[in-house]
Design a protein. Sequence first.
Length: 365
Amino acid sequence: MSYRLATIPGDGIGPEVTREAMKCLDVALGRVGLKVDRHEYGLGKDHYLRTGEPISEGILEELRGFDAIFLGAVGHPDVKPGILEKGLLLRLRFEFDQYINLRPVKLYPGVATPLRDKRPEDIDFVVVRENTECLYTGVGGILKQGTPDEVAQQTAIYTRKGTERCVRWAFELARSRPEKRLALVDKANVLTYGHGLWRRVFEEVGQEYPDVARDAYYVDACCMLMVEAPEKLDTVVTCNMFGDIITDLGASVQGGIGIAASGNINPEGVSMFEPVHGSAPPFAGKNVVNPLAAILAGAMMARYMGSADESPAEALGREKAAKLIETAVESVLGAGRIPDLSVHSGLGTDQIGDMIAEAITEASA
């Protein structure tokens, strides 16, 4: 079977890391008898400066016909901050109702963590972030701007539907993991209305999953736990804003954004996958950036993209392809072949991609 994939390489280092991610994805899918039919969209800085819009309605409509979207990176000094991020990245998340943001936090062997005495077996959890509500809906306004009496309001929106579908998805994910443990992260002791809803939904849905252990942490306690005892976490579910914050803390815990991947998932529609890092324009075209975050985002895409026409065997093949990529990354890092995840590793972006692709080829399927 051939899956339809849209790629948006974007700005800065985006095209370079996207190329390596697709290289590794092709090898992994080929190992299990699957392939992708790709179409590239030249969205980003150049498109915006040429047309005056981050994305057109026509392209949005075209993207609805794909099985998944891969985004390299967006953002450039030539464009005012926020225009591309909101007009393209957030627009896609909301247009396609990608209500799950999935962020694995995993310490790979050979990668240094700032946490003393923590090993790979101590840092292996995943954060499920609600991705379409909270303070990110744009509800609010400003009165008397520029005067001493200026008032700004930003309203957090939580719906039972949005909360429940996210919580339920997180319970399903927790059930599939060995620990079978789900932690809710909120601030229900202060945000009693919105996060009170989260608590009620969490407990109600939890009754349907008696095999999944439940924990609840206030967000400040969770942050302390992530640095003091991350081994106590397995699957975490939280609102959009808190998820935004703790997942970046998680990226630091796992060794930096150079290895952090993200999935914006609509389980019933078109999902989008991306490395967490930005576009880093100063390093664009220099072949010095580590592409592992993008490669791991490609693994997530293999696992979650899906298609209405696929068979159970093909879905199983996608999972095998995802594991091939993740195992290859673990093998190469564990062997010490990438001594530094920064631009100072001495390895080219394409060299690292070739290492992972070779390890995928040599691994047992």
